[in-house]
Design a protein around this ligand. Structure first.
Ligand code: UGA
Length: 445
């Protein structure tokens, strides 16, 4: 158990609440501050603004140790303040640091030494700028530490409490020792380094993960051309201990609030310094093209998509979350609507609201696939594992499944009477799709 300290958190978003909740779990006193009154009210009433497994329990269990406030002054006297605000991309691709700067403006004056800890993902060089700003304001008793988060949505609490590593980048030894001490009780290697390197570790780690995804997606596309199965290939490749099995799932591309934003920010950071990061530029482009390949697969079987009924199954950017930020489903829905298709959608938790205008949301998979010309698996929800059922076969106008996540077994799906297209797997020939009696008549309805 760590020696109990008081920790302030700027930002009651996903990173801030996971960070605050988990530090409370480690025995610290935590004060979470946000600028949105309705969010603070909701949190005080025990309501979470998003879906994240285990987090409600952690916050509830440590209720006595966590307070929520609108007043940044309440964070005066805390030992460390974690900055957990959003850093969205600007039009230029740079990260927007305005929330970071306003957190700095709100920093309460403190007589004791206090450490400002950056959890948000920021461009390399931010720490140096913040340090200069602190000095400019005469806040010489405030130390600065970069302590990036490596949390993935849907398993953030587990990631926080069982991390692969803890990265602490500081200007002063005493500050990195103090931040490391806050994590006492967690068994993980600690990388103590300089601030710029800590900032880069985060960006490089995400860029590498995206590179693996775009790499396996390109291998998948070649597999389709030459008749190999990327699922088998990934298995065989991943057993090499130098490569490892992770992030080799081919699919319709990565999405979410982190990868797309962080890849742009790193590419922009490099080009601001006069370096063209070619590999990362290709990773991003491959990802964009990957989302659109589903359209070609549909056209291969259905011809023109005008008037065709397409069911998009899963809207969240991955299973286990209701987050639709940068989700491939958004690009897919817009492309299909632009082709004149009729788009139906289903997701167990994600609610698109205004995000997908023109698509009809259905409460059940059965409703979404009724009379559909194709069903596309967009998110790897467990509920879709039994999609190739007799009921679905009978309900669909044409039994075509495009499996954007390689969730199903192609042999089983084809044996059940469907035409099947995965990603990077031998596909069904065009002739494999039984025609319905009067497909044209259905289209004009
Ligand atoms: C990601 C990283 O995994 C975290 O380590 C990091 O802290 C976080 O970004 C962040 O920067 O805050 P997250 O975006 O929650 O976390 O989700 P991932 O599980 O990494 O998935 C990202 C996307 O890649 C999803 O769309 C997923 O479907 C896709 N993906 C992942 C693949 O297409 N193939 C794979 O093999 C793995």
């Amino acid at each position: 158990m760590a020696e109990s300290r008081t920790i302030g958190v700027f930002g009651a978003g996903w990173v801030g609440l996971v960070t605050g909740g988990c530090f409370a779990e480690l025995g610290h006193q935590v004060i979470v501050r946000d600028v949105m009154p309705e969010r603070i009210d909701a949190l005080r009433a025990g309501k979470l603004p998003f879906h994240e497994p285990d987090l409600p329990e952690v916050l509830e269990r440590n209720r006595e140790r966590i307070t929520y406030t609108l007043d940044a002054g309440d964070l005066a006297g805390t030992d460390a303040i974690f900055v957990c605000v959003q850093t969205p991309p600007t039009y230029s691709g740079d990260a927007d640091l305005s929330f970071v700067w306003s957190a700095l403006d709100d920093l309460p004056a403190s007589d004791e030494r206090q450490i400002l800890v950056m959890k948000s993902t920021v461009p390399v060089g931010t720490g140096e700028k913040v340090r200069a700003a602190l000095e400019g304001r005469g806040l010489s008793n405030v130390g600065y530490v970069s302590n990036p988060e490596f949390l993935s949505e849907g398993r953030a609490v587990r990631d926080f409490l069982n991390p692969d590593r803890i990265v602490v980048g500081a200007f002063a030894e005493e500050d990195s020792a103090a931040v490391e001490a806050l994590y006492a009780g967690i068994d993980a290697p600690v990388v103590r380094t300089d601030v710029a390197s800590a900032e880069m570790i985060k960006l490089a780690a995400n860029a590498f993960l995206m590179t693996r995804i775009s790499f396996i997606n390109e291998i998948a596309n070649v597999c389709e051309a030459v008749g190999a199965d990327v699922v088998e290939v990934a298995k065989g490749v991943g057993l090499d201990h130098r490569l490892g099995p992770h992030f080799l799932r081919a699919g319709i591309g990565y999405g979410g609030s982190c990868f797309p934003k962080d890849s742009l920010a790193l590419k922009q950071l490099a080009s601001n310094s006069g370096y063209h990061f070619q590999l990362l530029a290709a990773v991003i482009e491959v990802n964009e093209l990957q989302k659109r390949r589903v359209i070609q697969k549909l056209q291969k079987h259905l011809g023109k998509l005008r008037g065709k009924k397409i069911a998009l199954l899963g809207l969240a950017f991955k299973a286990g979350t209701d987050d639709m930020r940068e989700a491939p489903s958004l690009v897919l829905a817009s492309r299909l609507l632009a082709e004149g298709a009729e788009v139906r959608a289903w997701d167990p938790v994600a609610r698109p609201g205004e995000l997908i205008k023109g698509a009809v949301l259905h409460e059940t998979v059965a409703d979404a696939v009724r009379d559909a010309d194709a069903a596309v698996i967009v998110t790897e929800w467990d509920e879709l594992r039994n999609l190739a059922s007799k009921e679905v076969l009978d309900a669909m106008a044409r039994p075509l499944i495009i499996d954007g996540r390689n969730l199903l077994d192609p042999t089983v799906v084809r044996a059940a009477g469907f035409a099947y297209e995965g990603i990077g797997r031998p596909s069904s020939p065009f002739e494999g799709l039984p025609q319905t009696a009067e497909p044209e008549a259905k289209v004009s309805n």
